[in-house]
Design a protein around this ligand. Sequence first.
Ligand SMILES: *Cc1c(COP(=O)(O)O)cnc(C)c1O
Length: 383
Amino acid sequence: MTNQLVSFVKELYQTNDFIPLHAPTFSGNEQQYVSETISSTFVSSVGKFVDDFERHIEDFTGTSKAVATVNGTAALHASLYMSGVKSNDIVITQSLTFVATCNALHHMGAVPAFVDVSPVSLGLCPKALTDFLEQNAILTDSGAIHKTTKQRIKAVVPMHTFGHPVELEELLLVCSEWEIALIEDAAESLGSFYKGKHTGTFGDFGAISFNGNKIITTGGGGMVLCKTIESGKRTKHITTTAKVPHAYEFFHDEAGFNYRMPNLNAALGCAQMENLNNFIDNKRQLANLYLDFFKNTDFRFVTEPSYAKSNYWLNAIICPNYDEREKLLKLTNANGVMTRPVWQLMHRLPMYQNAMRGDLAYSEFIEAHLVNIPSSPVEGLGK
Ligand SMILES: *Cc1c(COP(=O)(O)O)cnc(C)c1O
């Protein structure tokens, strides 16, 4: 099977060169818009492309207010700050995620608690969340607290793994019952919809990433999707040094962050947005080709949940066992086709190994069996 996969991928991408997991596509106005910022000298945090990019994201996602940031981790950090997460609070998230999800809450002084992911979405499981809360939490007048440590349980951060939307309605229900804020790590899910509504717009805040490997890129960049205009305005304020607008006076009314996205990067983002729908169509067709390829094999291609439309950002397969996984990783990478195991679980990393956690059986199964396969848009597909 592995040899056939190597041939299949090389045929798809029409090359014998190394095939990465995800490379950006610049086929539109990228050069032109970036050059414009250089000609105008407005390459830094002032310039029209930042505003334009925020409008593009608002129109596409339907969010009340989008605030551009310097990367996705900063967008998550700002979301947690805005949600009132404080030092020593507990933030519940998944162990199966990229490290940025945990680092952002760690840098707020909070601690993570890990619950399992769902076989339906590969994202935070509503049932696992309920079980964890029923076993460990009580609801008081000032919100949910941990039964024994008395720490506040302030937020839940589900992550839309590889672009596949989590079970949002169920999670929202649990969060409202327990009076806990919901913040979506939508870093991987620009272009993914839950029952027709864009991911990142369900929680109080949602964080998107435009890192070089994401569905669109600004080189480095991120965006906070804010549920209300009011919270959007405040997010903009605290991510731009909390400077009170004035023609020449410098007055800052609180300790803000410098999380501003440079105009240079936003220019790239504006050009990329013009092709986002093409990328999504292209990647969904690629996913269908993979689905077909893996039919009648022992490998299961990961598909979107029935309630969702996924951007299929990063394609994934579940190997029949650990040995097959190792064989596949070795052979594909030795033959110029990049494949990669999923991230090592967060509770195995030295800084999060003592974190509270529920049963993580499915996360551990995925860690041992899942492999990501090349997912860049394929030229000629999706037109
Ligand atoms: C990419 C990513 C981020 C943020 O990444 P940045 O590199 O800071 O833009 C956060 N969470 C997840 C799950 C990601 O995949």
